[in-house]
Design a protein around this ligand. Structure first.
Ligand SMILES: C[S@@+](CC[C@H](N)C(=O)[O-])C[C@H]1O[C@@H](n2cnc3c(N)ncnc32)[C@H](O)[C@@H]1O
Length: 223
């Protein structure tokens, strides 16, 4: 046996399928399919413990402060669709549909494969668009809908983007103070500074989640 051995897509698929059987997790089988078929760049980042912890934080706080029954859910800057998958696989939630929108055309095929069980039910789709001008890429928003944006650090003007949503729109937003990343054009020093920049009409939750290199901030409320 050679000293160095690399795990390829086929081995990763087998390993994750085994773990899916062990844990009874259908989501893990979906991840296995994505890694086996596509092995997309950035997927290990999207699934790292810090990313998952921050998404679980969002899911739990949305449930606590805004409940689990929502109509159309739109995840702006939804990347590879991991947050959508966490929401759709969570039995505490009852959601009419989830749309994951991202400006990077490489994201939609990954998100569609990861959430393919819900695509088959007509409850998930991934679209490629700029969140500032989603047009008909997303369903009509308003009463009962929920807009999530965990990529607020990637857009230059959070309040300007929020102004494109209907008045009173329920939103869950995350940003951070991780200025070392060049794409992070909109970082904040505190949850309070993030809240001031967003200028929500009604805040249901405001909090901070520290990690080793940076702190993530979250707001849940109405525009
Ligand atoms: C690194 S990812 C996700 C980071 C985020 N902190 C998280 O944990 O979910 C940021 C995503 O935002 C997307 N994005 C950036 N600007 C966007 C825009 N104007 N419209 C839609 N998606 C955008 C990028 O393509 C990328 O997939």
């Amino acid at each position: 046996m050679s000293k160095q051995s690399f795990v390829g897509p086929a081995e990763l698929y087998e390993m994750l399928m085994g773990l899916s059987q062990l844990t009874g997790s259908a989501l893990l089988a979906d991840v296995a399919k994505v890694m086996g078929d596509l092995m997309p760049a950035g997927m290990s980042n999207a699934l790292n413990p810090k990313q998952i912890r921050s998404k679980i934080w969002l899911v739990d706080e949305v449930l606590r402060h805004a409940g689990g029954v929502h109509g159309e859910v739109v995840v702006m800057g939804g990347w590879h669709g991991v947050l959508s998958a966490l929401l759709l696989n969570d039995p505490r939630f009852s959601l009419r549909s989830v749309t994951s929108l991202d400006i990077d055309p490489g994201c939609a095929p990954v998100a569609m494969l990861l959430n393919r069980r819900f695509v088959a039910e007509g409850r998930f789709r991934a679209v490629t668009a700029d969140m500032h001008r989603p047009g008909s890429a997303i369903p009509p928003l308003g009463e009962g809908s929920l807009v999530i944006n965990t990529s607020c650090e990637h857009i230059p003007d959070v309040r300007g983007w929020l102004a494109t949503l209907p008045p009173g729109q329920l939103v869950a937003l995350q940003s951070n103070d991780y200025r070392a990343v060049p794409e992070h054009v909109s970082c904040f020093d505190s949850a309070e500074a993030f809240a001031a920049a967003a200028g929500l009409g009604r805040t249901l939750f405001m909090g901070a989640l520290p990690s080793r290199r940076y702190t993530r901030f979250m707001l849940i409320g109405h525009r």
